[in-house]
Design a protein around this ligand. Sequence first.
Ligand code: DX5
Ligand code: ZN
Length: 225
Amino acid sequence: MRTVRIAASLLAANLGQLEAEVKRMEAAQVDVIHIDVMDGHFVPYFALGADTVQAVRRLTRLPIEVHLMIQQPDRYARTFVEAGADLLIVHLESYHDPKRTISIVQDMGCRCALAINPMTLVEKTYSLLKKADQLLCMSVNPGFMGQPFIIEVLEKVRLAHSYRDKNHLHFDISIDGGVTDETVGPCVTSGANQVVVGRPLFAPKDACDASRLLRARANEVGAGG
Ligand code: DX5
Ligand code: ZN
């Protein structure tokens, strides 16, 4: 049985203690560090940037994925790849040609994911999924942590999963926002093989316990392929 990957969303960390927080996530055996970048245009607030990616790169060997909630991901792709990202996540809704951006990123030797907001139809991504390394379905509106999970998103995950199987494609399916020990099971049964988790991992004192519980709940239902 394949097990779900857990990506820890650094937005929920105590950034004043970046090193300790990254080490806490390593001890909790997360699989990926997820860094949310916000430009104040694509989403209302600003958050994190290439400096944070660079700092985290120096602290860990865990894969780093950078979620670009920005209007012009093509313009800043190189900066984030050079800062140490292993995967760049670009939104279908940003102002760019996603096909071209995916090529730009992959040509630099970095993996590239395509993200969609909760209201965006998954069918709009189909023509790009042959190239993308991952589809990330937002299960909250982008820009804020700690929001409730939008359950309707699971239908899109099911559609993407069956589209992938029918077309013999290999992209990962990740769900971002509102994932808890209660919602992780349905994420996995719908076909996700990765979840992004912010507050439920960082807020508890014992992150090891929190991640163990998430994995246990995911394994109960058996992870998606
Ligand atoms: C939301 C971000 C998420 C967020 C997840 O815009 O993309 O990565 O930090 O946080 P939780 O798990 O608290 O919903
Ligand atoms: Zn994110």
